[in-house]
Design a protein around this ligand. Structure first.
Ligand SMILES: [Zn+2]
Length: 126
């Protein structure tokens, strides 16, 4: 059981019968600036994010996003593809969403760093 499952179970135990029919419990990560508010982009609450954006101080609050260079992506993608993995499986292996892998793949193809995926078996020479 992972953390999220445990958290959802704990929330259901706490709120159980108090949750009216038709409502859903949404578990939001607490903001780092105001732990009583839900965290938004860069771990900030909405008002602190807006303020930092207006003041031009967003750089003080770096993204927690995993950064992978295009060269690393191309190398990983080529290796996994050569082992017969589908794009969905590659996304799973790289810990990326399918749409993110597709976007990175298309960018790499456009940049000439990757060849297109083979969509069917190559024709045999006659
Ligand atoms: Zn805040």
């Amino acid at each position: 059981m992972n953390d999220l499952t445990q958290l959802a179970q704990a929330a259901r135990e706490l709120l159980g019968p108090a949750i009216p029919a038709g409502y859903t419990v949404i578990i939001a990560k607490a903001a780092t600036c105001h732990p009583d508010r839900p965290g938004n982009t860069r771990g900030l609450c909405k008002s602190c994010y807006t303020l930092a954006h207006r003041n031009g101080t967003l750089a003080k609050h770096p993204c927690s996003r995993t950064i992978r260079t295009q060269a690393d992506f191309v190398a990983d993608y080529e290796l996994l593809r050569s082992e017969g993995y589908t794009r969905h499986q590659i996304a799973e292996r790289l810990g990326m969403r399918y749409t993110a892998v597709t976007t990175a793949y298309l960018n790499a193809v456009r940049a000439g760093l990757l060849t297109r995926d083979r969509t069917r078996a190559p024709r045999r020479a006659a």
